[in-house]
Design a binder for this molecule. Sequence first.
Ligand SMILES: Nc1nc2c(ncn2[C@@H]2O[C@H](COP(=O)(O)OP(=O)(O)OP(=O)(O)O)[C@@H](O)[C@H]2O)c(=O)[nH]1
Length: 369
Amino acid sequence: MFDSLKSKLKGVRSRFSREIEESFIEEVSLDEEISSPTPLTASKEVSAETESSDIPEASETPEPKVPSEIKKDKVAFSAKVRTLLKDREVHISEKKIEGPLQELEIILLENDVALQTVDAISTQMRSELTGSTKKIGSSIDNMVMDALRDALLDVLGEGFSLTSYISTHDHPVKVLFTGVNGAGKTTTIAKVAAYLKAEGYSVVIGSGDTFRAGANEQMKTHADRVGVKVIRHQEGADPSAVLYDAVEYAKAHDIDVVLADTAGRFHNRANLMNQLAKIKRVFKPDIVAYVDEAVAGNDAVIRAEEFNNAVGTDVVVLTKADMDTKGGAAISIAHTIGRPIMFLGTGQEYTNIIPFEPETLVSDLLGDE
Ligand SMILES: Nc1nc2c(ncn2[C@@H]2O[C@H](COP(=O)(O)OP(=O)(O)OP(=O)(O)O)[C@@H](O)[C@H]2O)c(=O)[nH]1
């Protein structure tokens, strides 16, 4: 999942660290250290905090150095500056991180992160890394990592736990699934049903896709496999009536959750969008879940926004995350439409669904152990 983005983020993180470190190495007047017999004249922020024990002794009669010795000196010197920087207060100017920031922006754009989300991540990184004096903790790498983690968490928002919602609201909780054709709504409903059953909740499915030939049978097959009752009418029936019946069944049988399927549709099909508005009026969902493919990248973000504007959306489910190497939709969608992600679909098995937790995604993206 999101492998291309992961490896690129790793690269740009090292570049941030390198550039920040190198700029301090320059400040500590490298030439002077290598060629002159005088002690290291550490300058600016670092020198102010360097203790006398950190400063190498000057030899009285220095021998001229051969190139290999100079190289070794440089390496040793960089290591020394790195040590000096740890637990020090330093000032990082915007200039020092401009190059890597631009690289980060390009990487995010190339991986389908929406422009406004890229801007937000970049602004947050800039403000967290620069400006006032910073205390570098264990290392510059960690400081960069923390800034990137905070920026990503900021755009990902809080996530949405369906089980927490169910445990704190009246039953039956009604979830309406909307989205474009073939995004994976029907499969997702079966996966969510299996997930909720495993969490100890009873579920009924309303087969509200009465439009596509074979959709009823497909839903029934999935429901049978995960052991959940499905309410169906004949093909072409009014989906609002099917879903109304599903709610009545849930009330009569003390069922915790109703999961309602709908036919796939595009936001620009006015009659189908009006039908969805009617379904909402009759079914009165507690949660409207917009389903789209993570692999669709920017298109998924644009469609989610259009659905949200047309019929409203409370949460998003991104399917086929297992096939998505970029992660752009997962990173941008909550920030762009202002609605949290509820689940990620990660394969074709019924167990291939994970509740979306921003911290887990960010740890995965940044390669935490
Ligand atoms: N790899 C992968 N495939 C998935 C995932 N979710 C769904 N699919 C596949 O996507 C295809 C379409 O899924 P459906 O559930 O039929 O899609 P739908 O949105 O109900 O389709 P319509 O009824 O046309 O609106 C199927 O082949 C699913 O197995 C996922 O998370 N990963």
